[in-house]
Design a protein around this ligand. Structure first.
Ligand code: MN
Length: 228
């Protein structure tokens, strides 16, 4: 149940008390970065997204929809299908649902400046009570993405409130030797390096046509006979 404005305690502004995205917004300038400002979604769902984010340090961000926002963890080394790899996942501020579609360039001087792509995306399925898990520090779930499949766990460490570990659980999806993840965005097919240097899908197609020596010419609809 989304909390309502009436629940606001007097010492807090309504926004801080009722909106888990207040921290997210406080870090960003809507007039300077194309990232979504966002509102808390009231349509229940279980979207998960992994962003690849080429900021001051290249990292991945795992985001899982819970209570109308994307709970987020920054994973410096990214996910691994090897069960022996326990990947550090630092809990960061909740992100709005609209962020699940976001890829592009966060301009220099802004929080998280750099390129960002939707590296993977799909549905997550809790295998245990996730509310309790989030509180106690252990989430067991299944991912149904394009790249990430099967059972995974997020386990909070004793080292700090923010430090969790992302671990692959045993199943048919554990890594085969030599397996690597495709680098491209599952939305645009672009790598984060291409996005960062301002490429778009169209500019990449144009470049490929040039390389293949496809003749250039203007296409004027007035000179083109209608196909009958
Ligand atoms: Mn990030």
């Amino acid at each position: 149940m989304p909390s309502r404005r009436e629940d606001a305690r007097p010492e807090e502004t309504p926004d801080q008390a009722t909106d888990s995205l207040a921290k997210y917004r406080a870090k960003r300038s809507a007039d300077k970065s194309p990232e979504p400002v966002g509102t808390v979604s009231v349509v229940p769902g279980r979207l998960f997204v992994v962003h690849k984010h080429d900021a001051s340090h290249l990292h991945f961000d795992l985001r899982m929809e819970m209570d109308g926002v994307l709970k987020s963890w920054a994973v410096p080394k990214g996910p691994s299908y090897d069960m022996a790899d326990k990947r550090l996942a630092v809990r960061v501020e909740d992100h709005p649902m609209e962020y699940g579609d976001f890829e592009g360039i966060i301009p220099a001087g802004n929080y998280g400046a750099g390129g960002i792509i939707v590296w993977d995306r799909g549905e997550w399925v809790p295998l245990e009570d996730w509310r309790e898990g989030l509180e106690k520090g252990k989430l067991l779930f299944e991912l149904k993405g394009y790249k990430l499949r099967g059972k995974w766990a997020l386990v909070k460490t004793k080292r700090s409130e923010r430090d969790w570990l992302l671990i692959k659980e045993r199943d048919a999806y554990v890594r085969q030797p030599g397996d690597v993840f495709p680098e491209q965005s599952v939305l645009s097919g672009l790598t984060v390096e291409e996005v960062k240097t301002g490429q778009t899908h169209a500019s990449r197609v144009r470049k490929a046509l040039e390389v293949d020596g496809v003749p250039r010419g203007r296409l004027d609809p007035h000179d083109t006979p209608v196909m009958l």
